[in-house]
Design a protein around this ligand. Sequence first.
Ligand code: FES
Ligand code: FE2
Length: 412
Amino acid sequence: MAKTQEPCKIQTIDGVGMSREKIIELTRSHVEIMKSGELPLADDVFRIPVTNYFDPDRWEAEMDLIFKRLPLVLGFSVEIPKAGDYKAMEVAGVPLILVRGRDGVVRGFVNMCSHRGAQLVDVGNRNTRSFSCPYHAWTYNLTGDLVAILDDQDFGEVDTSCMGLTPLNVEERVGIVWGSVTPGVELHLDEFLAGYDDLLDNHGLADCVLVGQQTIEGPNWKVAYDGYLDFYHLPILHKDTFGPEYNNKSLFDHWGPHQRVQGPDHRIMDLMDIPEEEWSQTRLVSGVWTIFPHISVASFEAGGHIFMISQLFPGSDPDTSVTHQNFLATFEPDDEQKLQIEKQMEFLRYVVAEEDYYTGNRIQKTVKTGAKSHFVFGRNEGGPQRFHRWTDALLAADNDQDLLELYKSGVG
Ligand code: FES
Ligand SMILES: [Fe+2]
């Protein structure tokens, strides 16, 4: 059997073990909370109008001011590890390409030919030496430059330097490729992440192996995302699957709009008896790590430690969403481990599709009945409360300066 590795990348540019120090400190604070027996709660209950989940104007604003403006997690380093590897996808209606150049840098482009707009490649992950348009064969290199025009004498004087692919701002950090889907929009990634990348560094995603991907359709993106931030439902909705392993309480931490949710249970209590230097990376990265506005990273055992990274994207209308589940293993699996991973993937497809999104799709119907005007989030649901506060605040911050101010001030 292949050897299982710990997700253990603890070197950072700040110095040896900076990331681990930060997550140890965080975990130490959780141990203290458990010792005190008092879970932090939100200050108050929080209500939101049910129209937030289906109103078309609101949804358009969310597309423009969140999904087409903020850095999104477009992909993972392990999807495009080599020069020429590319990932083509469509996000918020924008067809785009992420490609790793011969210099090792990941770049993003709108998947659109400069001649008459054909999409250069189909959705999927592949490798290429260049991008040749399927319509009239204009050709671009891996850095997006236009390098060949068929029958170029018929196009007069062409300044090819302004005819390349349209770049998108993207940045690769801690094994994740963030990017904006709107040309010219700055990422402001440091401000946006608020130090969260140091914590995510502990997952060691850049050193993982991509072992599977599957896609699930679901309800409005916020109905779906509420579920990722909610441990209150675990022993109830998931009573027939993994629910009995959890209580219904949650421990939330946040960095800017990003949140980590953990169950306050024996997984933390057990650490009290173990010296900090022996706390395993596996244990330290447990729980659910969300990346606003659409990602959840969760840990599982399947022949070794694996991560399921759910990428949730709004669908083509307010009532739908599409979730790509990406499975990254901390080890190179042998045949037996591959079978275990397949089984775990099927289990997680079932849990999300048949339990979470089954429920979410039915909520998507109830919100439109006119029966209730508001939903309520209890003091134990501080994470979902914070998510909705951030969403509202981002819609109110409709210019760059307000956005940067919001990143700095947070939502309290
Ligand atoms: S649209 Fe691409 S070459 Fe014509
Ligand atoms: Fe769930």
